[in-house]
Design a protein around this ligand. Structure first.
Ligand SMILES: [Zn+2]
Length: 208
């Protein structure tokens, strides 16, 4: 997703739950995943190229880093790990066909985007779930200003360029990807709330 969209979604999900200082670390680490160094050879950061297993393992690894950093009082490390985790879970909805699978079930009258359930186990585990393949060179041409439409002529249906829901430009499904990503970000926060002892969770939120 675009930088400003990751920023807006993360802020919407977390700003009333964490201190401004903590949120700043979360946002910085979230956005860093889309720096050039995080774009090349890191399908697991973005759920690209059907790297579901690797991306889920990456999410788990960030959670472990966070859980180790908190008792060690390394709050910036904990917040940064959570920031990286939020980026990856948000990209799941923008780079896979999860939203399409969810909408396929309600063709007659699609509910409004905030009603999407981001955690449908049957869809997450569906054999039909897939994510956009990076098809070079056209998936690179796609990002050159003015050449997007040309690239789209050559990109296959299961490419990143054809599948992504990275911005409102991609049509009505974007609003569902955004809503699911915000809910999932809040869910990941609540997972920590449930699993951490209150004093450690208080350190993590840095509130009060
Ligand atoms: Zn990304």
């Amino acid at each position: 997703m675009l930088t400003k969209i990751h920023t807006e979604m993360t802020t919407t999900a977390l700003e009333t739950r964490m201190s401004a200082r903590a949120l700043k670390f979360v946002l910085s680490a979230n956005l860093q995943q889309d720096a050039l160094s995080g774009q090349v050879g890191h399908d697991e950061y973005h759920f690209d190229n059907n790297a579901f297993e690797q991306a889920n393992a990456y999410i788990q690894a960030q959670r472990s880093t966070l859980l180790a950093a908190l008792p060690a009082e390394d709050l910036p490390a904990a917040w940064s790990a959570f920031g990286r985790l939020t980026h990856t879970v948000q990209d799941f909805y923008a780079h896979s066909n999860y939203v399409s699978l969810w909408l396929d079930e309600c063709k007659a009258a699609p509910p409004p985007p905030p009603e999407i359930d981001p955690l449908r186990k049957d869809l997450i585990e569906s054999p039909s779930l897939h994510s956009g393949r990076i098809c070079l060179p056209w998936d690179a041409v796609y990002f050159i200003p003015g050449l997007r439409n040309l690239a789209l002529k050559f990109l296959p249906e299961d490419s990143h360029g054809k599948m992504n829901l990275d911005s409102p430009q991609q049509g009505p499904k974007f609003a569902y990807a955004r809503a699911a990503a915000i809910k999932r970000t809040a869910h990941e926060f609540e997972v920590l709330e449930k699993s951490l002892p209150a004093p450690l969770f208080g350190k993590f939120t840095d509130v009060g």
